[in-house]
Design a protein around this ligand. Structure first.
Ligand SMILES: O=C(O)CCC(=O)C(=O)O
Ligand SMILES: [Fe+2]
Length: 321
């Protein structure tokens, strides 16, 4: 199936109705990122400019995943300095991505929270700018859901849906990714067609084209931005050395998915715990479920927020509950 490519500015209300409310995948063309400073400073002749990254952030502590080691639905992670990771990636490239070296992937780096002024390296597209999650978190100086990913050719992210049913968007500063997406519910067909009780981590060996299942197989080039709707399972491969920026976020268009996502997560924890012959009280459950998120949702739901996006054809964006 084909993914809509948006290659001209459409108005906020059109995007809101067509993609956010309908929870539908799309990709924005590179014209939306051509003016981002990082697309110059972090790139040299269409490959990553490691020297500029080292100069800016070499001492930073960064989380590094090992694509060869499973850890729940993700990969095992450890903390490195950016300098060490770039030394590794240069060596890995020199050895032609040899299987003798581990395949490592720098993921979920909070660069913009930790380096004052680095936010100026990009600009969140207007369509993704009404973002209650990051507004709340950044304002309170707590945390953020804005990340940088740096992966060598061949690194990958296992099949997953994003945290608590949030949306994400992901922009390639440099490099190329392949994504496979399943509209919500199709992943259940995958399980029954394969006769398995839990989803596979890696679709690499599975011939989806011969199966009766809806999916999108998408190539994202440098500068393009993918919009990942709520609850869509996806797997991602870096086809070249790739640097991307992504945000997890939500607003009135998908707050109900978040609410349901938390309910589902509570149920999963309760089921797991009851398997050990015990139960949890509400307070214990909240500790597991990131109490902050629940407090935040209560705050939002109690104070019905009405916002007007800053755009030529603005339209009031209200909570859909
Ligand atoms: O780029 C990747 O490896 C994963 C990105 C992702 O899963 C997302 O943006 O939701
Ligand atoms: Fe994701």
């Amino acid at each position: 199936m084909e993914v809509d490519l948006i290659n001209r500015e459409i108005c906020y209300s059109e995007f809101y109705e067509k993609y956010l409310v309908k929870n539908k995948i799309c990709m924005l063309s590179k014209s939306f990122t051509d003016s981002w400073p990082c697309r110059k400073h972090w790139v040299d002749n269409e490959v990553p400019n490691w020297e500029n990254l080292l100069e800016g952030y070499g001492e930073a502590e960064v989380p590094v995943a090992n694509c060869g080691e499973a850890y729940f639905d993700s990969h095992s992670k450890s903390n490195w300095t950016l300098t060490d990771f770039i030394t590794y990636i240069k060596e890995y490239r020199k050895k032609n991505y040899s299987t003798e070296m581990p395949c490592l992937y720098l993921k979920d780096w909070h660069l913009f929270k930790n380096f004052h002024g680095s936010e100026g390296m990009y600009e969140t597209p207007i369509y993704f700018s009404v973002d209650w999650l990051n507004e709340y978190w950044i304002q309170g100086n707590k945390d953020d859901y804005r990340f940088v990913y740096i992966g060598p050719q061949g690194s990958w992210t296992p099949l997953h849906a994003d945290v608590y049913g949030s949306f994400s968007w992901s922009a390639n500063v440099v490099g190329k990714k392949r994504w496979i997406f399943f509209p919500p519910g199709e992943e259940l067909k995958l399980k029954s067609l394969l006769g398995i009780s839990s989803l596979p981590r890696d679709l690499g060996e599975i011939d989806l084209s011969s199966m009766k299942i809806a999916y999108f197989d998408l190539i994202q080039n440098a500068g393009e931005i993918v919009f990942v709707p709520s609850g869509w399972f996806h797997q991602v491969w870096n086809l070249e050395d790739t640097i991307s920026i992504n945000h997890n976020w939500f607003n009135g268009a998908n707050v109900n998915y978040i609410y349901k996502g938390l309910g589902k997560a509570s149920k999963e924890i309760e089921d797991e715990v009851s398997g050990y012959g015990t139960t949890l009280d509400t307070e214990q459950l909240e500790i597991f479920l990131d109490k902050e998120i629940r407090d935040f949702l209560r705050f939002i739901l109690r104070n019905l927020v009405i916002r007007v996006p800053v755009t030529g054809c603005a339209r009031i964006n209200t909570i859909v509950m």
